[in-house]
Design a protein around this ligand. Structure first.
Ligand code: IYR
Length: 237
């Protein structure tokens, strides 16, 4: 038999063997009444979250941000590749540079790039090209999605579902920040490539969004939005 055929016939897809598995740490087992009450309490807590654009400049302990980012890092990811990086900007000069570059892009967006349909969809939010929160808020967490990662042999390992995974981690982060009483804003200047330059991040790290965070300003105002009801977002079969 030709050697190549022997190799093909002997090939089998890699599978996890027993040595690579560990026992699941026990999940708490609540009574059904306790589950219903915890699920409701969680909903009540998270439904009070609002996207905020008016931030206080009051400092936030760095340790809080560190723990919230660790929470974000517990999100599931494609092949457990954890394809994310969080660049945490507290430095006023770097915040100033980000604001200046973001406002330049936003001016183009609002004056030329956005379609009338897009501007119409945004009109109830009251947004414009001015982004003072990029300097006011104590922290800008610039979230990057990694499309690949350098391996130990000078090559690259491709990542699977990097954007979906980074979106999940960002969701965990928003929830973690809300849990400690911090407001956040998912900000997406378009395009965002300038973030690689300003922060010196390599090309395999794609800017995903800026999560602006801090305490809400005392007089913060938010648009009067409604959330869709359960029967509008879910179908039970
Ligand atoms: N990036 C712009 C426009 C914008 C786009 C969407 I979609 C929003 O939900 C909000 C704003 C800005 O930040 O103003």
């Amino acid at each position: 038999m030709p050697i190549a055929l022997i190799i093909i016939l002997n090939w089998s897809a890699p599978v996890a063997n027993d040595d690579s598995m560990i026992k699941l740490s026990p999940y708490p087992r609540y009574s059904e009444a306790e589950m219903i009450s915890r699920a409701r309490a969680q909903y009540e807590h998270l439904q009070s979250r609002r996207t905020v654009r008016d931030f206080s400049d009051q400092p936030v302990p760095r340790e809080v941000i560190e723990s919230c980012i660790q929470t974000a890092g517990t999100a599931p990811s494609g092949a457990n590749q954890q394809p994310w990086h969080f660049a945490v900007v507290g430095d006023p000069e770097i915040k100033r540079q980000i604001r200046s570059a973001a406002e330049a892009e936003e001016q183009e967006f609002y004056a030329h790039r956005a379609s009338d349909e897009w501007l119409e969809a945004l009109s109830h939010l009251g947004t414009d090209a001015q982004k003072p929160f990029l300097e006011t808020a104590p922290y800008l967490i610039v979230v990057f999605a990694l499309v690949n990662r350098a391996d130990d042999h000078g090559g690259k390992t491709k990542h699977y579902y990097p954007y979906e995974s980074t979106g999940l981690a960002t969701g965990f982060l928003i929830s973690a920040l809300h849990n400690v009483g911090l407001a956040s804003l998912t900000h997406t200047p378009n395009p965002m490539k300038f973030l690689n330059q300003v922060l010196g991040r390599p090309g395999n790290e794609r800017p995903f969004l800026i999560l602006v965070t801090g305490y809400p300003a005392d007089n913060a105002r938010v648009p009067d939005i409604k959330r869709l009801g359960l029967d509008e977002v879910a179908t039970f079969y």
